[in-house]
Write a protein that binds this ligand. Structure first.
Ligand SMILES: Cc1cc2nc3c(=O)[nH]c(=O)nc-3n(C[C@H](O)[C@H](O)[C@H](O)COP(=O)(O)OP(=O)(O)OC[C@H]3O[C@@H](n4cnc5c(N)ncnc54)[C@H](O)[C@@H]3O)c2cc1C
Length: 437
Protein backbone atom coordinates (compact mmCIF):
# COMPACT_ATOMS: atom_id res chain seq x y z
CA UNK A 1 0.00 0.00 0.00
CA UNK A 2 1.37 3.39 -0.83
CA UNK A 3 -0.64 6.18 0.75
CA UNK A 4 0.75 9.30 2.34
CA UNK A 5 1.12 8.99 6.14
CA UNK A 6 0.20 5.98 8.25
CA UNK A 7 -3.48 5.05 8.15
CA UNK A 8 -5.49 6.00 11.24
CA UNK A 9 -9.05 5.13 10.34
CA UNK A 10 -10.17 1.82 8.82
CA UNK A 11 -13.53 0.58 7.63
CA UNK A 12 -13.98 -3.19 7.40
CA UNK A 13 -16.92 -4.41 5.32
CA UNK A 14 -18.38 -7.75 6.52
CA UNK A 15 -18.61 -9.24 10.01
CA UNK A 16 -17.68 -12.85 9.25
CA UNK A 17 -14.59 -14.60 10.56
CA UNK A 18 -12.32 -12.70 8.17
CA UNK A 19 -13.81 -9.25 8.74
CA UNK A 20 -14.00 -9.48 12.54
CA UNK A 21 -10.49 -10.94 12.81
CA UNK A 22 -9.15 -8.17 10.59
CA UNK A 23 -10.93 -5.56 12.69
CA UNK A 24 -9.45 -7.02 15.88
CA UNK A 25 -5.88 -6.98 14.57
CA UNK A 26 -6.23 -3.50 13.04
CA UNK A 27 -7.53 -2.20 16.35
CA UNK A 28 -4.65 -3.87 18.19
CA UNK A 29 -2.32 -2.01 15.84
CA UNK A 30 -3.90 1.23 17.07
CA UNK A 31 -6.29 2.14 14.24
CA UNK A 32 -9.82 3.48 14.72
CA UNK A 33 -11.94 0.76 13.17
CA UNK A 34 -15.57 0.55 12.06
CA UNK A 35 -17.08 -2.74 10.89
CA UNK A 36 -20.11 -2.51 8.62
CA UNK A 37 -22.30 -5.59 8.26
CA UNK A 38 -25.39 -5.67 6.07
CA UNK A 39 -27.13 -8.23 8.25
CA UNK A 40 -25.76 -9.47 11.60
CA UNK A 41 -22.54 -10.97 12.93
CA UNK A 42 -21.68 -14.16 11.00
CA UNK A 43 -24.75 -13.84 8.77
CA UNK A 44 -22.73 -15.36 5.92
CA UNK A 45 -20.73 -18.55 5.93
CA UNK A 46 -19.19 -18.10 9.37
CA UNK A 47 -22.21 -19.39 11.30
CA UNK A 48 -23.34 -22.89 10.29
CA UNK A 49 -19.99 -24.30 9.17
CA UNK A 50 -18.25 -27.32 10.69
CA UNK A 51 -15.85 -25.25 12.82
CA UNK A 52 -12.80 -27.36 12.04
CA UNK A 53 -9.40 -25.77 12.54
CA UNK A 54 -7.48 -28.28 10.52
CA UNK A 55 -4.26 -26.85 9.06
CA UNK A 56 -2.88 -30.32 8.19
CA UNK A 57 -5.65 -30.78 5.61
CA UNK A 58 -6.22 -27.16 4.60
CA UNK A 59 -5.60 -27.54 0.88
CA UNK A 60 -6.75 -26.01 -2.41
CA UNK A 61 -10.17 -27.25 -3.53
CA UNK A 62 -9.55 -27.77 -7.27
CA UNK A 63 -7.79 -31.11 -7.72
CA UNK A 64 -8.22 -34.11 -10.03
CA UNK A 65 -10.36 -36.14 -7.56
CA UNK A 66 -12.93 -33.35 -7.06
CA UNK A 67 -13.20 -33.04 -10.81
CA UNK A 68 -14.15 -36.72 -11.04
CA UNK A 69 -16.95 -36.22 -8.48
CA UNK A 70 -17.94 -33.03 -10.33
CA UNK A 71 -18.63 -35.01 -13.48
CA UNK A 72 -20.66 -37.51 -11.44
CA UNK A 73 -22.62 -34.60 -9.96
CA UNK A 74 -24.07 -33.75 -13.33
CA UNK A 75 -25.81 -37.12 -13.43
CA UNK A 76 -26.64 -37.73 -9.76
CA UNK A 77 -28.91 -35.33 -7.83
CA UNK A 78 -27.75 -36.90 -4.52
CA UNK A 79 -24.10 -36.12 -5.20
CA UNK A 80 -22.31 -34.00 -2.58
CA UNK A 81 -21.49 -31.56 -5.37
CA UNK A 82 -24.45 -29.88 -7.08
CA UNK A 83 -24.11 -27.86 -10.25
CA UNK A 84 -27.31 -26.47 -11.78
CA UNK A 85 -27.77 -27.69 -15.34
CA UNK A 86 -28.38 -24.19 -16.74
CA UNK A 87 -25.51 -22.13 -15.37
CA UNK A 88 -25.34 -18.36 -15.73
CA UNK A 89 -22.38 -16.64 -17.35
CA UNK A 90 -20.49 -15.95 -14.09
CA UNK A 91 -20.96 -19.56 -13.02
CA UNK A 92 -19.78 -20.79 -16.40
CA UNK A 93 -16.64 -18.67 -16.11
CA UNK A 94 -16.06 -20.02 -12.64
CA UNK A 95 -16.55 -23.65 -13.71
CA UNK A 96 -14.21 -23.33 -16.67
CA UNK A 97 -11.54 -21.79 -14.45
CA UNK A 98 -12.11 -24.42 -11.78
CA UNK A 99 -11.73 -27.26 -14.28
CA UNK A 100 -8.57 -25.66 -15.69
CA UNK A 101 -7.04 -25.58 -12.20
CA UNK A 102 -8.07 -29.12 -11.27
CA UNK A 103 -4.73 -30.61 -12.27
CA UNK A 104 -1.99 -32.07 -10.13
CA UNK A 105 0.40 -29.33 -11.22
CA UNK A 106 -1.92 -26.48 -10.37
CA UNK A 107 -2.79 -28.11 -7.04
CA UNK A 108 0.91 -28.40 -6.11
CA UNK A 109 1.52 -24.74 -6.92
CA UNK A 110 -1.49 -23.66 -4.83
CA UNK A 111 -0.55 -26.03 -2.00
CA UNK A 112 2.89 -24.48 -1.68
CA UNK A 113 1.13 -21.14 -1.11
CA UNK A 114 -1.01 -22.65 1.67
CA UNK A 115 1.90 -24.21 3.58
CA UNK A 116 3.22 -20.97 5.19
CA UNK A 117 -0.33 -19.99 6.20
CA UNK A 118 -1.12 -23.40 7.65
CA UNK A 119 2.05 -23.28 9.72
CA UNK A 120 0.80 -20.15 11.56
CA UNK A 121 -2.99 -20.62 11.43
CA UNK A 122 -3.53 -21.95 14.96
CA UNK A 123 -1.14 -19.43 16.56
CA UNK A 124 -3.41 -16.64 15.34
CA UNK A 125 -6.27 -18.17 17.36
CA UNK A 126 -3.98 -18.18 20.40
CA UNK A 127 -3.29 -14.48 19.90
CA UNK A 128 -7.03 -13.82 19.82
CA UNK A 129 -7.53 -15.93 22.96
CA UNK A 130 -4.78 -14.04 24.80
CA UNK A 131 -6.38 -10.80 23.62
CA UNK A 132 -9.77 -11.56 25.17
CA UNK A 133 -11.78 -13.86 22.87
CA UNK A 134 -13.51 -15.84 25.59
CA UNK A 135 -14.71 -18.88 23.59
CA UNK A 136 -12.05 -21.61 23.47
CA UNK A 137 -10.62 -23.56 20.57
CA UNK A 138 -10.78 -27.26 21.45
CA UNK A 139 -7.75 -29.46 20.68
CA UNK A 140 -8.89 -32.63 18.92
CA UNK A 141 -7.10 -35.68 20.21
CA UNK A 142 -8.66 -37.92 17.60
CA UNK A 143 -9.90 -36.35 14.39
CA UNK A 144 -11.35 -39.37 12.56
CA UNK A 145 -11.93 -39.86 8.84
CA UNK A 146 -14.32 -42.81 8.44
CA UNK A 147 -15.00 -45.17 5.52
CA UNK A 148 -17.09 -48.16 4.61
CA UNK A 149 -14.15 -49.95 2.95
CA UNK A 150 -10.37 -49.76 3.49
CA UNK A 151 -9.77 -49.13 -0.25
CA UNK A 152 -11.73 -45.86 -0.05
CA UNK A 153 -8.90 -44.35 2.00
CA UNK A 154 -6.69 -44.22 -1.08
CA UNK A 155 -7.61 -40.69 -2.27
CA UNK A 156 -7.01 -39.11 1.15
CA UNK A 157 -3.77 -41.04 1.73
CA UNK A 158 -2.52 -39.94 -1.68
CA UNK A 159 -3.45 -36.38 -0.78
CA UNK A 160 -1.51 -36.67 2.50
CA UNK A 161 1.55 -37.82 0.54
CA UNK A 162 1.20 -34.81 -1.76
CA UNK A 163 0.77 -32.45 1.22
CA UNK A 164 3.92 -33.85 2.82
CA UNK A 165 5.79 -33.49 -0.48
CA UNK A 166 4.78 -29.80 -0.42
CA UNK A 167 6.58 -29.47 2.93
CA UNK A 168 3.67 -29.70 5.35
CA UNK A 169 3.65 -32.39 8.03
CA UNK A 170 0.59 -34.64 8.32
CA UNK A 171 0.51 -36.99 11.28
CA UNK A 172 -1.96 -39.76 10.43
CA UNK A 173 -2.59 -43.33 11.53
CA UNK A 174 -4.73 -46.07 9.95
CA UNK A 175 -7.48 -47.58 12.13
CA UNK A 176 -9.92 -50.45 11.61
CA UNK A 177 -13.64 -50.43 12.43
CA UNK A 178 -13.23 -51.75 15.98
CA UNK A 179 -10.57 -49.16 16.81
CA UNK A 180 -12.79 -46.41 15.41
CA UNK A 181 -15.81 -47.56 17.44
CA UNK A 182 -13.68 -47.72 20.59
CA UNK A 183 -13.08 -44.00 20.12
CA UNK A 184 -16.53 -43.10 18.74
CA UNK A 185 -19.11 -45.77 19.69
CA UNK A 186 -21.80 -43.96 17.70
CA UNK A 187 -20.19 -45.11 14.45
CA UNK A 188 -22.22 -47.92 12.89
CA UNK A 189 -20.78 -51.35 11.99
CA UNK A 190 -20.89 -50.23 8.33
CA UNK A 191 -17.74 -48.21 9.06
CA UNK A 192 -14.82 -50.61 8.70
CA UNK A 193 -11.79 -48.37 8.10
CA UNK A 194 -10.51 -44.97 9.05
CA UNK A 195 -7.68 -42.53 9.52
CA UNK A 196 -6.80 -40.71 12.73
CA UNK A 197 -5.31 -37.26 12.19
CA UNK A 198 -3.39 -35.23 14.78
CA UNK A 199 -2.73 -31.51 15.13
CA UNK A 200 -6.25 -30.16 14.70
CA UNK A 201 -8.73 -28.25 16.83
CA UNK A 202 -12.35 -27.22 16.47
CA UNK A 203 -14.66 -24.43 17.57
CA UNK A 204 -18.37 -23.99 18.12
CA UNK A 205 -18.82 -21.46 15.27
CA UNK A 206 -21.87 -19.52 16.56
CA UNK A 207 -20.42 -19.19 20.06
CA UNK A 208 -16.97 -18.35 18.76
CA UNK A 209 -18.25 -15.68 16.37
CA UNK A 210 -20.29 -13.99 19.10
CA UNK A 211 -17.28 -14.09 21.45
CA UNK A 212 -15.07 -12.62 18.72
CA UNK A 213 -17.62 -9.86 18.12
CA UNK A 214 -17.70 -9.11 21.86
CA UNK A 215 -13.90 -8.93 21.99
CA UNK A 216 -13.82 -6.67 18.95
CA UNK A 217 -16.30 -4.28 20.53
CA UNK A 218 -14.54 -4.44 23.92
CA UNK A 219 -11.31 -3.47 22.14
CA UNK A 220 -12.99 -0.28 20.93
CA UNK A 221 -14.15 -1.18 17.42
CA UNK A 222 -17.44 0.30 16.28
CA UNK A 223 -19.51 -2.64 15.01
CA UNK A 224 -22.55 -1.61 13.00
CA UNK A 225 -24.94 -4.37 11.96
CA UNK A 226 -27.78 -3.79 9.50
CA UNK A 227 -25.67 -1.42 7.37
CA UNK A 228 -25.06 -2.32 3.75
CA UNK A 229 -22.15 -0.90 1.82
CA UNK A 230 -23.44 0.18 -1.57
CA UNK A 231 -20.18 1.34 -3.12
CA UNK A 232 -16.66 2.40 -2.30
CA UNK A 233 -14.76 5.31 -3.81
CA UNK A 234 -11.11 4.26 -3.49
CA UNK A 235 -9.75 7.77 -2.87
CA UNK A 236 -6.23 8.73 -3.86
CA UNK A 237 -2.81 8.89 -2.16
CA UNK A 238 -3.82 12.16 -0.57
CA UNK A 239 -7.63 11.87 -0.34
CA UNK A 240 -9.42 9.30 1.87
CA UNK A 241 -11.57 6.52 0.51
CA UNK A 242 -15.32 7.06 0.83
CA UNK A 243 -17.71 4.28 1.80
CA UNK A 244 -21.34 4.78 0.83
CA UNK A 245 -23.79 2.92 3.09
CA UNK A 246 -27.47 2.39 3.56
CA UNK A 247 -29.18 0.83 6.58
CA UNK A 248 -30.94 -2.48 5.86
CA UNK A 249 -33.68 -4.23 7.77
CA UNK A 250 -33.55 -4.27 11.55
CA UNK A 251 -31.58 -7.12 13.09
CA UNK A 252 -33.94 -9.91 14.25
CA UNK A 253 -34.10 -9.99 18.04
CA UNK A 254 -31.26 -7.53 18.30
CA UNK A 255 -32.81 -4.19 19.04
CA UNK A 256 -29.64 -2.86 20.65
CA UNK A 257 -27.81 -3.33 17.35
CA UNK A 258 -30.57 -1.94 15.11
CA UNK A 259 -29.83 1.11 13.06
CA UNK A 260 -31.52 4.11 14.75
CA UNK A 261 -34.75 5.00 12.93
CA UNK A 262 -33.34 8.33 11.79
CA UNK A 263 -30.70 6.49 9.75
CA UNK A 264 -32.95 3.78 8.31
CA UNK A 265 -33.63 5.20 4.88
CA UNK A 266 -30.74 7.57 4.70
CA UNK A 267 -27.50 6.91 2.95
CA UNK A 268 -24.30 7.84 4.69
CA UNK A 269 -20.76 8.40 3.48
CA UNK A 270 -17.86 7.37 5.71
CA UNK A 271 -14.30 8.51 5.00
CA UNK A 272 -11.52 5.99 5.64
CA UNK A 273 -7.75 5.83 5.24
CA UNK A 274 -8.14 2.16 4.40
CA UNK A 275 -11.12 -0.02 3.47
CA UNK A 276 -10.96 -3.79 3.86
CA UNK A 277 -13.48 -5.75 1.81
CA UNK A 278 -14.24 -8.95 3.74
CA UNK A 279 -17.60 -9.73 2.18
CA UNK A 280 -17.19 -13.46 1.61
CA UNK A 281 -19.20 -14.83 -1.31
CA UNK A 282 -20.27 -11.26 -2.16
CA UNK A 283 -16.67 -10.06 -2.59
CA UNK A 284 -16.93 -9.48 -6.34
CA UNK A 285 -19.71 -6.90 -5.98
CA UNK A 286 -17.52 -4.33 -4.23
CA UNK A 287 -14.05 -5.49 -5.34
CA UNK A 288 -14.58 -5.71 -9.10
CA UNK A 289 -14.28 -1.92 -9.71
CA UNK A 290 -10.82 -2.14 -8.10
CA UNK A 291 -9.43 -4.62 -10.61
CA UNK A 292 -10.41 -7.87 -8.86
CA UNK A 293 -11.51 -9.89 -11.86
CA UNK A 294 -11.42 -13.39 -10.41
CA UNK A 295 -14.92 -14.77 -9.86
CA UNK A 296 -15.86 -15.50 -6.25
CA UNK A 297 -18.57 -18.14 -6.56
CA UNK A 298 -20.91 -19.13 -3.75
CA UNK A 299 -20.22 -22.80 -2.93
CA UNK A 300 -23.27 -23.31 -0.75
CA UNK A 301 -23.09 -25.77 2.09
CA UNK A 302 -25.79 -27.05 4.40
CA UNK A 303 -25.81 -28.05 8.05
CA UNK A 304 -28.11 -29.11 10.86
CA UNK A 305 -27.70 -30.53 14.33
CA UNK A 306 -28.90 -33.86 15.77
CA UNK A 307 -28.73 -35.72 19.06
CA UNK A 308 -26.19 -38.57 19.01
CA UNK A 309 -25.91 -41.09 21.82
CA UNK A 310 -23.21 -41.61 22.90
CA UNK A 311 -22.06 -38.23 21.72
CA UNK A 312 -18.65 -38.31 19.98
CA UNK A 313 -16.18 -35.97 21.66
CA UNK A 314 -14.40 -35.34 18.37
CA UNK A 315 -15.20 -34.26 14.80
CA UNK A 316 -15.94 -37.07 12.37
CA UNK A 317 -15.28 -36.82 8.66
CA UNK A 318 -16.94 -39.02 6.04
CA UNK A 319 -14.76 -38.20 3.01
CA UNK A 320 -16.60 -40.34 0.45
CA UNK A 321 -19.88 -38.61 1.33
CA UNK A 322 -18.04 -35.28 1.90
CA UNK A 323 -19.81 -34.83 5.22
CA UNK A 324 -18.23 -33.11 8.23
CA UNK A 325 -19.51 -33.52 11.80
CA UNK A 326 -18.61 -31.55 14.93
CA UNK A 327 -19.76 -31.67 18.55
CA UNK A 328 -21.44 -28.39 19.51
CA UNK A 329 -22.65 -28.28 23.07
CA UNK A 330 -25.16 -31.08 23.55
CA UNK A 331 -25.77 -31.77 19.86
CA UNK A 332 -23.79 -32.92 16.88
CA UNK A 333 -23.53 -30.63 13.84
CA UNK A 334 -23.64 -32.40 10.48
CA UNK A 335 -22.48 -30.35 7.47
CA UNK A 336 -21.89 -30.97 3.82
CA UNK A 337 -22.76 -30.24 0.17
CA UNK A 338 -21.21 -27.93 -2.35
CA UNK A 339 -23.95 -26.28 -4.36
CA UNK A 340 -22.91 -23.70 -6.93
CA UNK A 341 -25.84 -21.27 -6.82
CA UNK A 342 -26.38 -17.63 -5.87
CA UNK A 343 -25.68 -16.83 -2.20
CA UNK A 344 -29.16 -15.41 -1.59
CA UNK A 345 -31.13 -18.38 -2.99
CA UNK A 346 -33.40 -20.13 -0.46
CA UNK A 347 -32.44 -23.31 1.38
CA UNK A 348 -33.21 -26.35 -0.78
CA UNK A 349 -34.57 -29.15 1.48
CA UNK A 350 -33.43 -31.79 -1.04
CA UNK A 351 -29.82 -31.01 -0.12
CA UNK A 352 -30.58 -31.67 3.56
CA UNK A 353 -32.20 -34.97 2.58
CA UNK A 354 -29.13 -35.92 0.57
CA UNK A 355 -26.89 -35.37 3.61
CA UNK A 356 -29.28 -37.31 5.86
CA UNK A 357 -29.36 -40.25 3.42
CA UNK A 358 -25.57 -40.24 3.14
CA UNK A 359 -24.99 -40.28 6.90
CA UNK A 360 -27.81 -42.51 8.12
CA UNK A 361 -26.02 -45.84 7.46
CA UNK A 362 -22.83 -44.63 9.14
CA UNK A 363 -23.81 -42.87 12.36
CA UNK A 364 -26.20 -43.84 15.17
CA UNK A 365 -27.69 -40.37 15.55
CA UNK A 366 -31.36 -39.44 15.35
CA UNK A 367 -31.30 -37.89 11.90
CA UNK A 368 -35.03 -37.16 12.07
CA UNK A 369 -34.66 -34.94 15.15
CA UNK A 370 -32.93 -32.14 13.27
CA UNK A 371 -32.53 -28.56 14.46
CA UNK A 372 -30.75 -25.46 13.15
CA UNK A 373 -31.12 -26.32 9.46
CA UNK A 374 -28.90 -23.81 7.67
CA UNK A 375 -27.45 -22.93 4.29
CA UNK A 376 -24.45 -20.66 3.80
CA UNK A 377 -22.06 -19.71 1.05
CA UNK A 378 -18.39 -20.61 0.99
CA UNK A 379 -16.55 -17.98 -1.05
CA UNK A 380 -14.90 -20.19 -3.68
CA UNK A 381 -12.31 -19.08 -6.26
CA UNK A 382 -11.52 -21.01 -9.46
CA UNK A 383 -7.85 -21.49 -8.54
CA UNK A 384 -8.56 -22.49 -4.93
CA UNK A 385 -6.58 -19.59 -3.46
CA UNK A 386 -8.03 -16.74 -1.42
CA UNK A 387 -7.81 -13.12 -2.56
CA UNK A 388 -5.88 -11.18 0.08
CA UNK A 389 -4.00 -7.95 -0.50
CA UNK A 390 -4.07 -4.51 -2.07
CA UNK A 391 -6.28 -3.78 -5.05
CA UNK A 392 -5.78 -1.24 -7.82
CA UNK A 393 -6.91 1.49 -5.43
CA UNK A 394 -4.16 2.15 -2.90
CA UNK A 395 -6.58 2.36 0.02
CA UNK A 396 -8.74 -0.67 -0.75
CA UNK A 397 -7.70 -4.14 0.42
CA UNK A 398 -9.47 -7.41 -0.46
CA UNK A 399 -9.65 -10.19 2.13
CA UNK A 400 -11.79 -13.14 1.12
CA UNK A 401 -12.30 -16.11 -1.15
CA UNK A 402 -11.11 -18.70 1.39
CA UNK A 403 -13.55 -21.32 0.12
CA UNK A 404 -13.57 -24.33 2.44
CA UNK A 405 -11.10 -22.82 4.91
CA UNK A 406 -12.11 -19.32 6.00
CA UNK A 407 -12.58 -20.38 9.62
CA UNK A 408 -9.17 -22.02 9.92
CA UNK A 409 -7.43 -19.19 8.07
CA UNK A 410 -9.60 -16.20 9.07
CA UNK A 411 -7.64 -15.04 12.14
CA UNK A 412 -4.25 -15.32 10.42
CA UNK A 413 -5.68 -13.48 7.41
CA UNK A 414 -6.71 -10.66 9.74
CA UNK A 415 -3.27 -10.57 11.30
CA UNK A 416 -1.52 -10.44 7.92
CA UNK A 417 -3.88 -7.78 6.56
CA UNK A 418 -3.18 -5.64 9.64
CA UNK A 419 0.57 -6.10 9.01
CA UNK A 420 0.05 -5.03 5.41
CA UNK A 421 -1.93 -1.94 6.39
CA UNK A 422 0.39 -0.78 9.16
CA UNK A 423 3.73 -1.57 7.51
CA UNK A 424 2.72 -0.54 4.02
CA UNK A 425 4.08 -3.67 2.35
CA UNK A 426 2.62 -7.03 1.51
CA UNK A 427 3.85 -9.79 3.89
CA UNK A 428 5.63 -12.62 2.05
CA UNK A 429 2.94 -15.10 3.13
CA UNK A 430 0.41 -13.17 1.02
CA UNK A 431 2.36 -12.87 -2.24
CA UNK A 432 0.55 -15.80 -3.86
CA UNK A 433 -2.88 -14.42 -2.97
CA UNK A 434 -2.66 -11.18 -4.97
CA UNK A 435 -6.32 -10.23 -5.65
CA UNK A 436 -5.32 -8.77 -9.02
CA UNK A 437 -3.92 -12.08 -10.39
C1 LIG B 1 -21.15 -26.32 5.36
C2 LIG B 1 -19.86 -25.56 5.55
C3 LIG B 1 -18.87 -26.09 6.37
C4 LIG B 1 -17.67 -25.40 6.52
N1 LIG B 1 -16.73 -25.89 7.40
C5 LIG B 1 -15.57 -25.22 7.59
C6 LIG B 1 -14.62 -25.70 8.52
O1 LIG B 1 -14.85 -26.69 9.19
N2 LIG B 1 -13.44 -25.02 8.65
C7 LIG B 1 -13.15 -23.92 7.91
O2 LIG B 1 -12.05 -23.38 8.02
N3 LIG B 1 -14.08 -23.40 7.05
C8 LIG B 1 -15.27 -24.03 6.87
N4 LIG B 1 -16.19 -23.54 5.99
C9 LIG B 1 -15.87 -22.35 5.20
C10 LIG B 1 -16.04 -21.08 6.03
O3 LIG B 1 -17.32 -21.09 6.62
C11 LIG B 1 -15.88 -19.83 5.15
O4 LIG B 1 -14.71 -19.92 4.38
C12 LIG B 1 -15.77 -18.57 6.03
O5 LIG B 1 -16.84 -18.52 6.94
C13 LIG B 1 -15.73 -17.30 5.18
O6 LIG B 1 -15.66 -16.22 6.07
P1 LIG B 1 -15.77 -14.72 5.52
O7 LIG B 1 -15.63 -13.83 6.69
O8 LIG B 1 -14.85 -14.54 4.37
O9 LIG B 1 -17.23 -14.66 4.88
P2 LIG B 1 -18.68 -14.64 5.58
O10 LIG B 1 -18.69 -15.35 6.86
O11 LIG B 1 -19.65 -15.09 4.55
O12 LIG B 1 -18.89 -13.11 5.91
C14 LIG B 1 -19.11 -12.12 4.93
C15 LIG B 1 -20.04 -11.09 5.54
O13 LIG B 1 -20.09 -9.95 4.67
C16 LIG B 1 -21.40 -9.42 4.73
N5 LIG B 1 -21.59 -8.58 3.54
C17 LIG B 1 -21.58 -8.98 2.26
N6 LIG B 1 -21.75 -7.91 1.43
C18 LIG B 1 -21.88 -6.83 2.22
C19 LIG B 1 -22.08 -5.43 1.96
N7 LIG B 1 -22.17 -4.94 0.72
N8 LIG B 1 -22.16 -4.57 3.02
C20 LIG B 1 -22.05 -5.04 4.30
N9 LIG B 1 -21.87 -6.36 4.59
C21 LIG B 1 -21.77 -7.23 3.56
C22 LIG B 1 -22.28 -10.68 4.76
O14 LIG B 1 -23.57 -10.40 5.27
C23 LIG B 1 -21.47 -11.59 5.66
O15 LIG B 1 -21.87 -11.52 7.02
C24 LIG B 1 -17.43 -24.18 5.82
C25 LIG B 1 -18.44 -23.64 5.03
C26 LIG B 1 -19.64 -24.31 4.89
C27 LIG B 1 -20.72 -23.70 4.05
Amino acid sequence: MSTSGSPRRAVVVGAGMVGLSTAWFLRRAGLDVTVLEQDHVAAGSSWGNAGWLTPPITTPLPEPAILRSGVRALVSPASPLYVPLRPDLGLLRFLLGFVRHSTGRSWRRAMSAYVPLNRRALEAFDVLAAGGVAEPTVPTGDFLACYRRPGQRRDLLEEFAAIRAAGQPVDAELLDGAQLRALAPALSPAVTAGIRLSGTRFIDPPRYMLALADAVVAAGVELREGVRVLAVDGGTDTRPALVRTRPTRPVPGGSETEAPPARRDGEEILPADVVVLATGAWLGELARPFGVRMVVQAGRGYSFSIPVDPMPSMPLYFPTQRVACTPLGGRYRVAGMMEFRRPGDPLDPRRITAIVDAVRPLLAGDLDDRADEWVGSRPVTPDGLPLIGPTRAPRVVAAGGHGMWGITLGPLTGQLVADLVTRGEVPAELWSFDPLR
